[in-house]
Ligand binder design. Structure first.
Ligand code: SAM
Ligand code: DTB
Ligand code: SF4
Length: 337
């Protein structure tokens, strides 16, 4: 059955999805997942922080904001060969997408030129390339597209109404503008948000509504669960009920049926059972490798073991008409017992 792609969801419609009895929500999300994807395949991305810390922004969740005392050691932009060595390791471990993240409000043109060289190197290895560098102007987006960038990650992070409670150094419209520049350059968008920042179910509905009503559904939708870091204003926030997290994933799957939904930050604090519920709810991507940007992620052996237990294999990607498999993850399926 073809995916029903809509961009006209009302907030109440999204809220009524989140309010469904759990079994009904999971059944609907699971059916839509199956109609559009192989439910036994999960896309595997590896993240690297290419420029760490010292960020001028004030995002209340982020350990990389210079103004919070998180004990993080700042690091200038890495050299191209260092980044490509990490990319080669990620490919050897089974990743099919390499995502480069920088703690910038927005990059300078000379930074974009250096990241463009990194992108060319990653693509030459046969992996998809993603970057998240902050706000981009139209020219910068075009430069990255010309270098071969596949995806640009730029999250909305919250619904529109509470954005100013979380971030004061930029506004929601600036996020929407960068996403427009990215789309107009012909790049695919990777755009999602963070849950577990003390928001209400209504506010999660507003985030999902805004994502689904973008002019194009993002190719990837990362759903992050707040990683609480000491020294950030959101450290100590009451933990989100795990079922609310699963409901958010399921609603994202229903609203954006053809998008890859990523079970993103926060997996290191999740049980295998909770992660499995997220896969059943329609999540079909993860960050793979022991580190996210600055915080921990499950180690590759744990993820390979979980995939083997669940009979999940890495999702192949088509790069320049060549199918690239997530070999290591597939090999390890033999461990399933
Ligand atoms: N500086 C750029 C920006 O903010 O767009 C790119 C890097 S920024 C670290 C990328 C994303 O990481 C943020 O949009 C946010 O969704 C996520 N993130 C940062 N800190 C997080 C945390 N503590 N828990 C969960 N997600 C987090
Ligand atoms: C996304 O949505 N989550 C990733 C990636 N895109 C760049 C980042 C998660 C960061 C978690 C906190 C850290 O490791 O610094
Ligand atoms: Fe800077 Fe991005 Fe962290 Fe905000 S989320 S403080 S912009 S690195």
């Amino acid at each position: 059955m073809a995916a029903v792609i809509r961009h006209d969801y009302s907030r109440d419609e999204v809220l009524s999805l989140l309010n469904l009895p759990f079994a009904d929500l999971m059944q609907t999300a699971g059916s839509i997942h199956r109609e559009n994807f192989n439910p036994n395949q999960v896309q595997v991305s590896t993240l690297l922080s290419i420029k760490t810390g010292g960020c001028p922004e004030d995002c209340a969740y982020c350990p990389q904001a210079a103004r919070y005392n998180t004990g993080l050691k700042a690091h200038k932009l890495m050299e191209v060969d260092e980044v490509l060595a990490k990319a080669a390791q990620a490919k050897a471990a089974g990743a099919t997408r390499f995502c480069m993240g920088a703690a910038w409000r927005s990059p300078k043109d000379r930074d974009v030129a250096k990241v463009a060289a990194m992108v060319e190197g990653v693509r030459a290895m046969g992996m998809e390339a993603c970057a998240t560098l902050g706000m981009l102007n139209p020219e910068q987006a075009k430069t990255l597209k010309s270098a071969g960038l596949d995806y640009y990650n730029h999250n909305l992070d919250t619904g529109p109404d509470e954005y100013a409670d979380i971030i004061k150094t930029r506004d929601y419209q600036a996020r929407l503008d960068t996403l427009q520049h990215v789309r107009e350059a012909g790049l695919k968008t990777c755009c999602g948000g963070i849950v577990g920042m003390g928001e209400s179910r209504e506010q999660r509905a507003a985030l999902l509504q805004t994502l689904a009503n973008l002019p194009e559904h993002p190719g990837s939708v990362p759903i992050n669960r707040l990683v609480q870091v000491e020294g950030t204003p959101l450290h100590g926030t009451a933990l989100l009920d795990p079922f609310e997290f699963v409901r958010t994933i399921a609603a994202a799957r229903i609203l954006m049926p053809a998008s890859v939904v990523r079970l993103s930050a926060g997996r290191a604090e999740m049980s295998e059972e909770l992660q499995s519920l997220c896969f059943l709810a329609g999540a079909n991507s993860i960050f793979y490798g022991e580190k996210l940007l600055t915080t921990g992620n499950p180690d590759v052996e744990a993820d390979q073991a979980l995939f083997a237990k669940l009979g999940i294999e890495g999702m192949p990607v088509l790069i320049e008409s060549k199918t690239v498999h997530a070999d290591v993850l597939q090999e390890d399926r033999s461990c399933a017992a």
